[in-house]
Design a protein around this ligand. Structure first.
Ligand code: AMP
Length: 508
């Protein structure tokens, strides 16, 4: 992470205000390097992958340089897929939210021309689209580039792979000569280098280098999951892993509190840790984790720097880190004091390509994390329920409770199984999910390898429900067993009147 703050980078005040509102704490490394160069008007060649924060790396400075009051296309972004175009357009909309009368228009194939033409007529300062459709509009004259100030090629190597490179070059050739250009690509195949040489002048080159460092004593796992199912996946991981204490990394301050609230509602002893807390509050949170008052901390990179708590058995990367350096720092929060630790990384389909870089940098392959099957999970919950029940076999109040229920049974001619069943149903009504009645839902499997896409008919987002174990490296089962047998995490059932020391987590 860079030491410069967003406020020190010299962004337009409205853009800075929007970034502050989103809750980013610090510029990511690619942002710290790209923003000054683009603000200075330079061309830029960035070797960066999705997940590094590259969208903001170009969007923030380019938005800072345009005249927001002119409602003509001033920034054009070319993206390989419809899905990425939409995401980039959404990011621009967020970062431009403090401008008045500002429009960002996504344009992609497969959608009707008419709404796109209407949008273009209405006027938009930023156009983000796939090359084919963009070229169609240029040829039809519905898109004009006279006021264009900047052009970005996002995921250039993907556009090459998908056969769009001729369209890209045709568009590049139509951009005004004085237009600022930026090219981002995860890799630099010769054709992309050639495009860079032809269309970028004295470009600033930005590359996030990472030293290779071995991550010892930490077993590393990866679980590919759709973004909208991340919370479900996390809930299951927390249910099945034999966790003593865990740290979960997210990207924004807002997300630390949001996720902490969600996990707290699911019965976990959890606290957020971000730059929003003052020094004293942060120290208190860490102290709570050390003393076992909290078991889980949801943290941003900045807040968790240097955190040293030996009972952390698990690091969960809920959001991927910006670079391998940050990854290594994160996973280093476990495996302290000579112990072993486990790191689990959630990746969305868009972030998969990042994995290879990570494996190279840490010099260790990641194993596929396997969530338990719904049948296994149900069995586990049943065992847990049973062991919680047995935990009351010697409870002080058991005799009184039995005689009360005996009387009820006798008066109503019920057998004890029925009474017990009715009690359990009562418990379930009071706290839905406390009885393992339903078979849990299977989370959809995401392939770890990018699916093949063809030029026209391909799945635009490149998402695919791959076969189970779409990972190349199979590896042993990714979990540490279903929580150490009955009783889940080997913790004794609670004393006192509650059915367990900890409320059973609600079913995901
Ligand atoms: P990208 O690599 O552009 O796809 O960005 C990946 C994710 O990182 C997006 O969800 C962004 O909202 C988020 N992001 C970008 N920059 C920052 C930052 N400086 N701090 C926190 N999150 C960020």
């Amino acid at each position: 992470m860079s030491e410069l703050s967003f406020a020190e980078l010299g962004l337009d005040p409205a853009v800075l205000e929007a970034v502050t509102a989103v809750g980013y704490e610090k510029p990511s490394p690619i942002q710290a390097q790209s923003i000054p160069a683009l603000l200075a008007g330079n061309h830029l060649l960035g070797v960066a992958q999705t997940g590094t924060g590259k969208t903001a790396a170009f969007a923030l400075p380019l938005l800072s340089r345009i005249d927001a009051s002119v409602t003509e296309p001033q920034i054009l972004v070319l993206a390989p897929t419809r899905e990425l175009a939409i995401q980039v357009a959404e990011a621009f909309t967020t970062y431009a939210s403090k401008f008045r009368q500002f429009h960002v228009l996504p344009i992609y194939g497969g959608q009707d021309f008419y709404p796109q033409i209407k949008g273009l007529r209405r006027g938009a300062q930023v156009i983000v689209g796939t090359p084919g459709r963009m070229l169609d509009h240029l040829r039809k004259g519905t898109l004009k580039l006279d006021s264009l100030k900047a052009l970005v090629l996002d995921e250039a190597d993907e556009m090459l792979r998908m056969g769009f490179i001729d369209d890209v070059e045709a568009i590049l050739a139509k951009t005004p000569d004085n237009c600022q250009r930026a090219l981002f690509s995860a890799t630099m195949p010769p054709q992309i280098k050639k495009v860079a040489q032809t269309y970028l002048r004295n470009a600033t080159e930005v590359k996030i280098e990472s030293e290779t460092r071995t991550v010892e004593r930490i077993s590393q796992f990866v679980l590919p999951v759709y973004a909208e199912r991340k919370l479900d996946a996390l809930t299951r991981i927390l249910e099945v892993e034999p966790i003593d204490a865990a740290i979960i990394f997210v990207r924004t301050k807002a997300e630390t509190t949001m996720l902490a609230e969600k996990l707290s509602a699911r019965g976990h002893a959890v606290a957020p840790l971000s730059g929003d807390l003052n020094q004293r509050q942060r120290e208190q949170t860490v102290e709570d984790l050390k003393r076992g008052k909290k078991d889980i901390i949801i943290a941003t990179d900045v807040a968790a720097r240097g955190l040293d708590v030996s009972r952390i058995t698990h690091v969960i990367n809920y959001d991927v880190p910006y670079d391998t350096e940050a990854y290594i720092h994160r996973v280093g929060r476990t495996g302290r004091a000579g112990r072993t630790g486990k790191a689990i990384l959630l990746v969305t389909p868009r972030e998969r390509s990042w994995l290879k870089t990570l494996e190279r940098a840490t010099n260790s392959p990641m194993e596929a994390y396997e969530l338990p099957s719904p049948t296994d999970l149900k069995k586990m919950r049943e065992q847990q329920f049973e062991s919680q029940l047995l935990g009351f076999a010697e409870d002080k109040k058991l005799a009184k409770a039995m005689s009360l229920l005996d009387e009820i049974a006798e008066r109503n001619e019920m057998d004890m199984a029925m009474v017990a069943g009715a009690l359990a149903c009562w418990m379930e009504a009071a706290q839905p999910g406390s009885l393992p009645l339903e078979q849990p839902e299977a989370l959809p499997v995401v392939s770890a390898t990018p699916p093949r896409r063809d030029r026209k008919g391909g799945r635009p987002g490149g998402f695919k429900n791959g076969p189970k174990g779409g990972f190349k490296k199979g590896g042993p089962k990714g979990r540490g067993g279903p929580g150490g047998g009955p009783g889940g995490r080997g913790k004794p059932p609670g004393k006192g009147g509650k059915p367990a020391g900890k409320r059973p987590p609600r079913q995901a």
